[in-house]
Design a protein around this ligand. Structure first.
Ligand code: ZN
Length: 242
């Protein structure tokens, strides 16, 4: 079973369920929202979390499902200079004087085009060390945090040793010329591949044409490039090799 084209670009949410593992004690907090994930990955993810806990590595989910409009806001805010845009090394860039192509490449390094984010699928999550967050650490999501000396070093090593056993992988484990390395981003191998294989680019393109994305004509013209260098240009789930 796969999801509809509307679900695959973050317009419909029937494929999602709340992931409550380890968060039941927070039920009385009405402000607390459970992370939303694809229902089909729920048991694999619960098993992954249970094993991590058993191994004394507690995982926090810092980002799960994100809808089309949220991704559009992120993208447009960056394009307009309302949100910071970072280099591959994590330094803030001045995009004021950039050409459209430079802007596009700089933003696409860290943020997906609305409709082409794997976070729309509910199969992909950004994770962080729960201990660090509970100690008040301000999450940045940088490579340093997941390096051997970083605050997520233990989690990072555990993910490398265990993800595949539970059916997950890191699609941005190495830089392949498109998206920057994101060691915090994990994905369900089977369900994400099913969505990628059946992705309806025509319907996506039609929807983007009707959206209010900045510099629309330029972006639409760049779609084949984006598809090849960012959307499909990820590490493989089978052996986590690039
Ligand atoms: Zn992510």
């Amino acid at each position: 079973m796969t999801i509809t084209w509307r679900q695959s670009i973050g317009l419909d949410t029937q494929h999602l369920s709340d992931f409550k593992y380890g968060l039941e004690s927070q039920k009385d907090d009405s402000q607390k929202l459970y992370p939303q994930i694809n229902s089909l990955i729920e048991s694999d993810l619960a098993n992954l979390f249970a094993q991590a806990k058993f191994d004394n590595v507690e995982i926090a989910i810092v980002s799960s499902f994100r809808n089309f409009d949220k991704q559009l806001t992120i993208w447009n805010d960056k394009w307009r200079g309302y949100r910071p845009v970072y280099s591959k090394q994590g330094r803030p860039l001045n995009i004021d004087k950039m050409s459209s192509i430079e802007k596009y490449k700089s933003i696409a390094l860290w943020s997906a085009l609305p409709g082409l984010s794997r976070h729309h699928w509910g199969t992909d999550l950004d994770v962080f060390s729960k201990d660090a967050i509970e100690q008040g650490y301000d999450v940045q999501l940088t490579e340093d945090e997941f390096s051997k000396t970083g605050i997520c070093a233990t989690l990072s090593k555990w993910l490398d040793d265990n993800l595949e056993k539970f059916g997950f992988f890191k699609p941005y484990n190495e830089f392949k010329g498109g998206v920057a390395v994101e060691p915090w981003h994990i994905s369900h191998i089977k369900q994400s591949q099913l969505i990628l294989d059946s992705f309806d680019f025509h319907q996506f393109r039609q929807h983007l044409i009707q959206s209010n994305i900045c510099e629309k004509e330029f972006i639409i013209e760049k779609l084949p490039h984006y598809k090849e260098y960012y959307f499909e240009n990820v590490c493989k789930g089978t052996d986590n090799q690039c």
